[in-house]
Design a protein around this ligand. Structure first.
Ligand code: ATP
Length: 551
């Protein structure tokens, strides 16, 4: 039997693992059983990235809200009808925690009758077999996969199959979802499902779609990796006008969208994980009017996403302004400013900045300035005992990096001259070699080593013992002090240094100490006329110009 918990743990990111533990704690405290369901299980089995976490609890999920908020989660929506929470858990992990429920449809277009249910009944209300699996996270059954519709086989066969003949009639938003999944995964609809889908289209089931489902599907577009291809498929199938009658692919800023995805990839490689969803919506609706955008925003259930989308331009503009001001007068200050800015804002500005100086600074931040790291003389720092083991290592490494960035340390010699006074004192020398013979005995006796027996009274053999004890102690003492000198550890891992210098993964960087004011650099040995000009000293005083659309 497959070990799904092991698979899950290896497939979830560290933040997602923490999120699972956090929701599990909250459910346990409330005495509710918890299951991971939906796309997370599908993606876990297929090997696609796990994008969000859908949980089902046996009980009222709304009761977990306070505990989850206390643990740092942001609630984007709390739905009384389905008793579910849309959450952003710490680390930006998107999740939904819903009450396990049954759904009974009386009439197309009408909301189903819902009732608390077992997890198996809950799986029966789902859209497709590949999404109708659940993994128990509970003691006693932890790791048990529930797959009543054999979704695993459909994953294997790479097909999208509805659970029953009325799936599209009961909830026409499943036709939109079918298009989304077939486009994303390049998996076809299973034959009968395809026939039901065609019949649903012909008979215009879509007119019975509920407005809450429209909002939910608009929102889902924001999280697609290739939203434009989904939008094109929606347009082809006639679903885009259902989401908004004035939406079309012609309203998309395709260039902006593609630049967004490319820059996101570049940032991911540098260790940043910006949330692109608000910017995706921004570019997908770029040429739509304010009213239509307002309608789309009102429809989206996740309010934190809507707020982030609304604030995008203003926040980017204020960052652009700061980047043209005193705060970013030198490369090092710009570096610090961009390092502390939200990655989402840096990403958005990287694409939309019209001011050349701003764009250049962001470009330098991602590329050129990172190479300055190579100039940090790690082996020499180790020789100077400036290693990660010393308490102020992060600060020293960071200061050197910033000084190098500003061209204030222009050569290796200058850098070493700056570093030398910061070298911690060498360890004390090893104690002198042990004395032997009478003197040693006397010394040992004087030091109280060995049995408290007067030397004179002790037998010849016994009297050796104290001296032996004293001798035996010395190598230990000597080892303690001498070893660090002898076994100078290899250069600290560049990653560690990068973290210290604020250039590593942002998540790691958070733990590094905040850089203090850089120490004064040494005066150059020989006077040279050419001092490197910092970008801030360039004559132009650029103005920030975010892409204002006045939304
Ligand atoms: P992804 O998040 O990767 O787009 P997902 O399958 O997680 O895919 P969500 O929209 O997050 O999709 O929905 C979570 C789960 O809720 C689905 O996997 C499915 O089981 C269920 N679900 C969502 N919408 C419907 C629907 N209209 N009818 C039935 N079940 C649905």
């Amino acid at each position: 039997m497959a070990d799904y918990i092991y698979t899950l743990e290896t497939r979830l990111s560290p933040d997602q693992q923490k999120a699972v533990a956090l929701v599990l704690d909250a459910a346990k405290a409330a005495g509710m059983n918890l299951y991971l369901t939906g796309g997370a299980i599908r993606d876990m089995i297929t090997g696609f990235p796990i994008r969000d976490l859908d949980f089902a609890v046996q009980g009222n999920a709304l009761k977990l809200q306070k505990d989850l908020e206390r643990a740092g989660s942001v609630v984007g929506d709390a739905d009384d009808e389905t008793r579910s929470l849309l959450l952003t858990l710490p680390g930006g992990v998107r999740a939904e925690v819903a009450m396990a429920r049954s759904e009974k449809y009386d009439k197309p277009g009408k909301a189903p009758q819902m009732a608390p249910a077992t997890i198996i009944e809950d799986l029966r209300r789902r859209d497709f077999t590949v999404n109708a699996m659940a993994l128990s996270l509970n003691e006693g059954s932890r790791g048990l996969l529930m797959d009543p519709f054999n979704g695993a086989a459909d994953i294997e066969a790479k097909v999208i199959r509805v659970l029953h003949n009325y799936a599209f009639l009961e909830d026409p938003s499943r036709m939109i979802r079918a298009t989304r999944f077939t486009t994303r995964f390049h998996w076809p609809l299973e034959e009968r499902t395809q026939a039901r889908y065609e019949s649903g289209k012909e008979n215009n089931y879509i007119e019975y779609i509920r407005s809450s489902s429209i909002g939910y599907e608009i929102e889902q577009l924001a999280y697609e990796d290739d939203p434009l291809s989904i939008l094109k498929a929606y347009e082809r199938e006639g679903w885009l006008k259902v989401l908004n009658p004035r939406w079309s692919t012609a309203k998309v800023d395709a260039g902006g969208l593609s630049a967004l995805m490319k820059t996101r990839q570049q940032m991911n490689e540098l260790g940043y994980t910006p949330d692109v969803a608000p910017a995706v919506l921004y570019f997908l609706t770029d040429r739509m009017g304010d009213k239509d955008i307002g309608d789309l925003r009102r429809a989206i259930p996740r309010k934190d996403l809507v707020e982030a989308w609304k604030d995008l331009e203003d926040n980017a503009q204020s960052l652009a302004k700061r980047l043209t001001g005193k705060e970013a007068a030198t490369p090092s200050r710009t570096w610090q400013l961009l390092s502390s800015a939200r990655p989402e804002m840096v990403l958005f500005l990287a694409i939309t900045a019209r001011n050349q100086a701003v764009a250049q600074k962001i470009k330098n931040f991602f590329t050129k300035w990172r190479q300055v790291q190579q100039k940090i003389p790690l082996p020499e720092m180790t020789e100077l005992r400036i290693t990660p083991e010393i308490p102020n290592y992060s600060k020293i490494a960071n200061d050197v990096f910033l000084l190098l960035l500003d061209g204030k340390l222009r050569s290796r010699t200058e850098t070493l001259r700056y570093l030398k006074p910061l070298s911690p004192p060498p360890p004390p020398p090893p104690p002198p070699p042990a004395r032997r013979g009478r003197a040693a005995k006397a010394a040992a006796a004087a030091a109280g080593v060995g049995p408290a027996v007067p030397v004179a009274k002790a037998g010849a053999k016994k009297s050796v013992a104290p001296a032996k004890a004293a001798v035996a102690e010395k190598p230990i003492a000597a080892e303690k002090t001498v070893v660090p000198e002898k076994t100078i550890s290899p250069s600290p891992a560049p990653a560690k240094l990068a973290v210290a210098a604020g250039v590593g993964k942002p998540s790691e960087r958070g733990s590094a100490k905040k850089p203090g004011k850089p120490a004064k650099p040494p005066k150059p040995a020989a006077k040279t006329k050419t001092s490197p000009k910092s970008p801030a000293k360039s004559k132009t005083k650029p103005k920030a110009k975010g892409k204002k659309k006045g939304r």
